[in-house]
Design a protein around this ligand. Structure first.
Ligand code: FAD
Ligand code: PHB
Length: 396
């Protein structure tokens, strides 16, 4: 079998790349190790930057997002029992974010792909990459117990942090930059109306908590926990008690409780590999870099990578020029490192680090006060949170 672009992974990156290529008349095959049902149910990100919203709209995928997504014009930072609003609209000249679950984006992308007659092979196994240094790289895989090989012009590694693509690059050709954090997030999805209309990031002695949402009927909540925390030790009652304690305010505001639809623990890590390319393999999204979720950047970066990659591949197939493809890694990394810094900064400001002494905690408190009291500091948070314009990072 042959295709122009072999895409490994049907997450937001792989599916969006396939869609952008298909619109330009470029053929691709998407290989995904899980089932369609699994990828459409996996609860993860929720915040879309303006440039991601624009990309979905421009690519003809925004219809349901415009109907069901919730546009937010600010967030709240909460500490010492009081909330402080960061007004994105006012601080960024009218920009905002859209709350729309990643699994909804994935559902819209899968539907668009199948409607256009594009190939996605679910439940593939034993994916391997060969001939990356040649003009004809190959992907081998098992499907329904049979061995297959796909010959491609290019391979896009969109298979997330634990995928095989990055590992197919010889170790001496990559540099990895990494931080791990001494905590994780326990997240729940609850059948409960959001008790507040914007996201709340809460700092306190008991640790960080985040209040978010998915719809007018569904609340999404997170608690900072120890990295080795066992879900079995967190009954629904214990989760609610802890959420109330960490999110409470002097005026008696409380989250609404409801039945818990999903519960999971996610580790926190920052990681970047450079370059994001080896021969004819291009890494995109979590396969090349991950951020802690505090800045809500992961899915947005994945979308930006594949927009840059699609442009490079279109240029190659239309004009034979590889100029944009050669700049791929450099172009993406400028935005990636901005998001790495912002996510690390938000994480460091808002979490309780087990090793921190009282000096460090006073610094955190001072940083929070500065961010909510200084217009310059709030504007910096707002500018990074809503996301830098799409052109940022693509200009010399
Ligand atoms: P993935 O979504 O990981 O997709 C990779 C795909 O490849 C998967 O479907 C996987 O099954 C498949 N795959 C893996 N290995 C193989 C293989 N060997 N062969 C074939 N297929 C394979 N980001 C935000 O922007 N905003 C947020 O608010 C936000 N919140 C988050 C909250 C949580 C709790 C978590 C965990 C993440 C959050 N993120 C957020 C990050 C975001 O979910 C990721 O950055 C995003 O999923 C990256 O997309 P991707 O397509 O690169 O990778
Ligand atoms: C979410 O709604 O899942 C979410 C929101 C903001 C974050 C992380 C996750 O920073």
């Amino acid at each position: 079998m042959r295709t122009q672009v072999g895409i490994i992974g049907a997450g937001p990156a792989g599916l969006m790349l396939a869609h952008l290529l298909q619109r330009a008349g470029i053929e691709s095959v998407v290989l995904e190790k899980h089932t369609r049902d699994y990828i459409e149910r996996r609860v993860r990100a929720g915040v879309l930057e303006q440039s991601t919203v624009d990309l979905l709209n421009d690519a003809g995928l925004g219809e349901r997002m415009r109907r069901e997504g919730m546009v937010h014009h600010g967030i709240q930072l909460r500490f010492d029992g009081a909330g402080h609003r960061i007004d994105f609209s006012e601080l960024t000249g009218g920009r905002g974010i859209t709350v729309y679950g990643q699994q909804e984006v994935v559902k819209d992308l899968v539907r668009a792909r199948l409607d256009a007659g594009g190939a996605i092979h679910f439940s593939v196994d034993e994916v391997g990459l060969q001939g990356l240094d040649t003009q004809r790289p190959r992907i081998s895989y098992m499907l329904h117990g049979e061995a297959h090989e796909l010959e491609c012009d290019f391979v896009a590694g969109c298979d997330g942090f634990h995928g095989v693509s990055r590992q197919a690059i010889p170790a001496d050709k990559l540099t990895t930059f990494e931080r791990t954090y001494p905590f994780a997030w326990l997240g729940i999805l609850a059948q409960a109306a959001p008790a507040h209309d914007e996201l709340i990031y809460a700092y306190g002695d008991r640790g960080f908590a985040l209040f978010s949402m998915r719809s007018p009927q569904v609340t999404r909540l997170y608690l900072q926990v120890a990295p080795e925390e066992r879900l079995d030790d967190w009954s629904d009652d214990r989760v609610w008690q802890e959420l109330h304690a960490r999110l409470e305010t002097h005026d008696g505001w409380r989250v609404n409780e409801g039945s818990v639809l999903e519960k999971s623990v996610t580790g926190m890590r920052s990681s970047v590999v450079e370059p994001m390319q080896h021969g004819r393999l291009f890494l995109a999204g979590d396969a090349a870099h991950i951020v802690p979720p505090t800045g809500a950047k992961g899915m947005n970066l994945a979308m930006n990578d594949v927009l840059v990659l699609a442009r490079g591949l279109i240029e190659h197939f239309e004009s034979g020029s590889d100029a944009a493809l050669q700049r791929y890694s450099q172009t993406c990394l400028r935005r990636v490192w901005r998001a790495e810094h912002f996510s690390w900064w938000m994480t460091s400001m808002l979490h309780r680090f087990p090793a921190d002494d009282s000096f460090q905690q006073r610094l955190q408190r001072s940083q929070l006060e500065y961010v909510v009291r200084s217009r310059a500091a709030s504007a910096s948070l707002a500018e990074n949170y809503v996301g830098l314009p799409a052109s940022w990072g693509t200009e010399p």
